[in-house]
Design a protein around this ligand. Structure first.
Ligand SMILES: [Zn+2]
Length: 395
């Protein structure tokens, strides 16, 4: 058995790549690819991984890239997943490497996730003689449309690589240099109610009021409310232990009135109750009918044990204060990493990218989202160390 990688060893190698990785992230940021169109990003990723000596497969579940790095002997397999696509919106934050594609911008930090993934591969490739097994890198397309993870799984990525554990990072509004570990992100459900007849508009108003009335949490409108919400995610059995966020509106057309509803609930067991309630209400209205999406999109739930293992590792690698432990999900984002975690034990960790003194909010999907680039090197070092640590633990 080879010996575990220590932080000093990882830091020495990672330092050689810091500038190159920041350059790569800026390049991806300038040239964002929307979901399903990740040709440029995936080609760049594949090229860097091949140059680092990994075995690379492309075109997995769309523009997905899968790369394998083997240590010298037999051993367990762990996987790291990064998503590559941009958001279909424009960015407000001004920077020298702003998006050159109108209507597309990396407002969810996937440019950082991708760059960190490549960086981990580059560092571990240099240290492969000390790896106690195999690390699989999964670069996923189409996260923003919640399609890419499922497409890669249906294309056989998990069967072919058989990871025992899978991990991912997501940018979060925590101070750069810190991480958060914890529960996950909610799923979502959507449905549409069709109403006809003279009373349709009034019925629709009542239904909208009923659905919106299920919300136990509202979107933060001020920095103070956002801070309160972040504090609530760190409170055991607090206001976010169970929540519903519901948003509906009515639209009228020639054939009647429609109510469109969107819900996020935590945990997932709320959805069947809500669907039953909607069905009962609609059945009581003559001529009304409801159409649900096939299945609610599942919540992404990180393994508590593996999150705790990460907290212990990261406190040792960074410092005692570097890890925030979450006890509840942030209500307004979801991630299709959910599908991977339904098949393989693992966890998503939050990489702090905020730097308020520099005007960097680190809040994914806000129009003025920005991320501190120092987070790239921090994420690379932490995850290179943690993945090799997990191989040692599983061996
Ligand atoms: Zn995202």
């Amino acid at each position: 058995m080879s010996s575990a990688l220590d932080h000093a060893m990882i830091d020495k190698i990672a330092a050689e790549f810091d500038d190159e990785l920041i350059g790569m992230r800026r390049d991806i940021h300038r040239h964002p690819d929307l979901a399903g169109e990740e040709r440029r990003t995936s080609a760049l990723v594949a090229e860097r991984l091949r140059a680092a000596g990994l075995a690379v497969a492309t075109g997995v579940g769309g523009h997905g890239v899968v790369a394998v790095l083997d240590g010298p002997g037999e051993g367990p397999t762990v996987a790291y997943r990064a998503d590559m696509d941009a958001v279909d919106d424009d960015e407000l934050f001004e920077c020298a490497f702003a998006s050159q594609v109108p209507g597309a911008a990396h407002l969810c930090g996937h440019d950082l996730h991708t760059t960190v993934g490549v960086g981990i591969a580059m560092v571990l490739a240099r240290l492969r003689k000390r790896l106690n097994g195999r690390v699989v890198f999964v670069f996923q397309p189409a996260e923003e449309t919640c399609e890419g993870a499922r497409a890669m799984i249906e294309d056989g990525v998990l069967e072919r690589t058989a990871p025992q554990e899978i991990y991912a990072l997501h940018c979060g509004p925590l101070p750069v240099g810190t991480f958060a570990v914890g529960p996950g992100q909610p799923g979502q459900d959507r449905f549409r109610i069709e109403l006809a007849g003279p009373g349709a508009a009034d019925e629709a108003k009542r239904l909208v009021a009923m659905i919106d009335g299920w919300s136990t949490v509202g979107r933060p409108q001020t920095p103070g409310q956002l801070q309160q919400l972040m504090d609530d995610t760190q409170t055991p059995d607090g206001p976010l232990a169970r929540f519903v966020y519901a948003l509906s509106h009515a639209s009228s057309g020639e054939d009647g009135v429609r109510v469109h509803a969107y819900l996020r609930a935590w945990p997932d067991d709320r959805y069947p109750e809500i669907r039953d309630e909607v069905q009962r209400r609609v059945d009581a209205i003559p001529g009304a009918r409801v159409q649900f999406t096939e299945q609610p999109f599942p919540a992404m739930v990180s393994s508590p044990d593996l999150s705790a293992a990460a907290a212990t590792y990261l406190r040792g690698a960074l410092n005692e204060d570097a890890v925030t432990v979450l006890h509840a999900a942030y209500p307004f984002n979801g991630d299709d990493f959910a599908y991977f975690l339904h098949q393989v034990p693992g966890a998503m960790f939050y990489l702090g990218v905020a730097n308020p003194d520099a005007g960097i909010n680190g809040l994914p999907h806000s129009p003025d989202f920005a991320a501190d680039e120092h987070a790239i090197g921090i994420g690379v070092r932490a995850m290179a160390g943690f993945l090799s640590h997990r191989l040692d633990a599983l061996a």
